[in-house]
Design a protein around this ligand. Sequence first.
Ligand code: FE
Length: 192
Amino acid sequence: MNDMGKAALNINYPSGFVMDTKVNNDSAAPYRGEQPWGMPKDLVIPRALDEDERLWVPVAPNTWSRPLHLNTSLGYYVHILKVTRSGILQRHRHSGPVHAYVIKGRWFYPEHDWVAEEGSYIFEPPGETHTLTVPDDCQKMITLFTIFGALMYVDPDGNSTGYDDVFTRIKKYREYFEKIGLGADYVRNFMR
Ligand code: FE
């Protein structure tokens, strides 16, 4: 939509977004105050899709997890899941919400009639049980997941068979980073 169109819609932009950077005065200056004491450090991961195999932690056959953000005080983790096989990956129930963005390939839950296609955003509500499946025609699936709480692995009747949360993930990442020589504490780079 061009600016004429926006004017016709009479959109009120939030005031913080309206800065005239051509005017040399304070209105376009960056914040110059201090950040609050006790605030965690920001976390920046360049080239999150790089193929550097040291950063892709094997979690199952043909399945890797690249940790981006492991948050131990709010109990969530952000990672990229890469899968190079098709079929059922796992059945699980969520105690917390999940946000997903499909970067490559596709996957689905047989419990639902939609398919998470490349470019899709998906919200999984807390309480839901489903079976992550990669279709036969998909050779490589890559998805960014933000997972709050626990992923409880279950049998088809919902009986618990195990679980994963930010702490089990940290344990797995630590073991892997130790094994490949980066050192177990390399995981701290991703923790907040
Ligand atoms: Fe899920």
